[in-house]
Design a binder for this molecule. Structure first.
Ligand SMILES: [Zn+2]
Length: 219
């Protein structure tokens, strides 16, 4: 699987294009801004999106969906059900404040354990609420990587002070789910540089590894 990372808009949101060389369809994760940049890249690699996935409903992760959907009407826009109402309400998603003019709409919902399959690409949905109620992380187990949205960052975690945010939930999502993944797995974040599960378990100052996942600490 090839991964293209586009850093888009004033919020510098990481948008990811996943594709297999020679395969006509791919996946776009978190198209927040600059639809022309995303479409230009898709055309350059000869890929059409089969799925457009939003890790959560905030405007900086969904703002380019309407234009993408217009360019690729057959693409399925998927988001967790708990964040779907946010998608369609520009003040709840803060899309208004971020300069978005058209609210996207989901074609279907993501839930814990769902498999998103696009040719040879396989993603498993992990529900990781805390930053928002419907936040998800997308696990590409065959490729040893995770797309964590705004749940887990390199040396930080997503903010929990916005509506639907809850730090205890976020901590539970990270400690109880993400930190159980293999330490060497790469974490592609919603903003900023990538990291790994092992690095965050060892040194993330906001969510520490709990006793059940602290297998890499001696004593
Ligand atoms: Zn967010």
């Amino acid at each position: 699987m090839e991964i293209i990372n586009l850093v888009l808009g004033s919020y510098e949101t990481n948008c990811y294009i996943l594709y297999e060389p020679g395969q006509a369809e791919g996946i776009v994760i978190d198209p927040g801004f600059e639809p022309d940049t995303i479409i230009g890249k898709l055309k350059a690699i000869g890929v059409k999106p089969k799925y457009i996935l939003a890790t959560h409903g905030h405007g900086d992760h969904i703002g380019a969906i309407p234009a993408l959907k217009e360019a690729y009407p057959e693409a399925q826009v998927l988001v967790h059900a708990a964040d779907a109402p946010m998608l369609e309400n520009s003040s709840r998603s803060f899309l208004n404040a971020m300069g978005g003019t058209q609210a996207p709409r989901a074609d279907g919902h993501l839930k814990e354990g769902d498999e998103i399959i696009c040719g040879a690409i396989r993603l498993r949905v992990i529900h990781t609420p805390g930053h928002t109620a419907g936040g998800v992380s997308l696990l590409a187990e065959d490729n040893g990587c995770l797309f964590a949205g705004d749940t887990l960052f390199n040396g930080s975690v997503g903010r929990t002070d916005l509506p639907g945010g809850n730090f205890d939930q976020l901590e539970l999502s990270i400690q109880g789910k993400l930190y159980h993944l293999p330490a060497e797995f790469t974490v592609y974040t919603g903003h900023g540089p990538a990291t790994s599960i092992g690095k965050e378990k060892q040194s993330n100052p906001f969510v520490r590894a709990d006793s059940s996942t602290r297998d890499d600490i001696h004593g």
